[in-house]
Design a protein around this ligand. Structure first.
Ligand code: COA
Length: 145
C-alpha cells in the first residue's frame, strides 16, 4: 500500500493551484454531492490562523480538512472531505489523527449527524443536542484528551 503524507499550510503558503483543487473538492462534495447550497467560502480560509491540511497523490487532492481557533476557546475542525473515489481507505482518519496530534484542546466540530459514529471512533464525544445548519442535521462534538 502506498503511504501518502499529510501536507499542511496556511493560505499564504498555498499555491493557487492547490487552493483551487481543494476548493473544487469541497464544492463538488458539500454543495453538488450533498445537494446543499450554502456559503462555502466563508472568509475563514484566508485567515493566517487557519491551517489547511490535505493529502494528494499525483497532483490530485484526495482528502482535506481545515483547523482554526474559534468560539468556546477551542480549536475547530471542519470541511473534512475525502474524494469519492478514495473513501473508506483511511484517508479521512489519517488526516484527522494528524491534525489532532498537535491541536490545542479542546477540539470542537459540528459533525453531520450521520457521521457521529465516525467522529466517535476518533475520540470525539457529543456535547449538546443536534441542530439544523444549512437544512442539514448536525451534532456538536468535542475532544478534550
Ligand atoms: C466522512 C469522510 C470524510 C470519511 O472519509 P474516509 O476517508 O472515507 O474515512 P476513513 O476511510 O478514514 O474511514 C472510513 C471508515 O469509517 C466507517 N464509517 C463511515 N461512516 C460511518 C459512520 N457514520 N459511523 C461510523 N463509522 C463510519 C466506514 O465504515 C469505514 O470503516 P472501515 O475503516 O472499518 O472500513 C468521507 O466519507 C466524506 O468525504 N464524506 C463527504 C463529506 C462529509 O460529509 N464530510 C463530513 C462533514 S462533517
Amino acid at each position: 500500500m502506498t503511504v501518502l503524507c499529510v501536507r499542511s499550510a496556511s493560505f499564504g503558503d498555498l499555491s493557487a493551484l492547490t487552493f483551487h483543487d481543494i476548493v473544487r473538492l469541497r464544492l463538488d462534495t458539500f454543495i453538488v454531492e450533498q445537494n446543499c447550497p450554502y456559503r462555502e467560502l466563508d472568509g475563514r480560509d484566508v485567515l493566517p490562523t487557519t491551517q489547511h491540511l490535505w493529502i494528494e497523490d499525483g497532483g490530485e487532492v484526495l482528502g482535506y480538512l481545515r483547523m482554526y481557533p474559534g468560539a468556546e476557546a477551542a480549536t475547530w475542525s471542519g470541511r473534512v472531505v475525502t474524494a469519492p473515489s478514495h473513501r473508506n481507505r483511511g484517508i479521512g482518519a489519517q488526516l484527522m489523527n494528524h491534525a489532532l496530534a498537535t491541536a490545542p484542546r479542546p477540539v470542537r466540530i459540528s459533525a453531520q449527524a450521520r457521521l457521529e459514529g465516525w467522529y466517535a471512533a476518533l475520540g470525539f464525544v457529543r456535547c449538546g443536542d443536534d441542530f439544523l445548519e444549512d437544512d442539514m442535521l448536525h451534532t456538536p462534538m468535542r475532544l478534550d484528551g
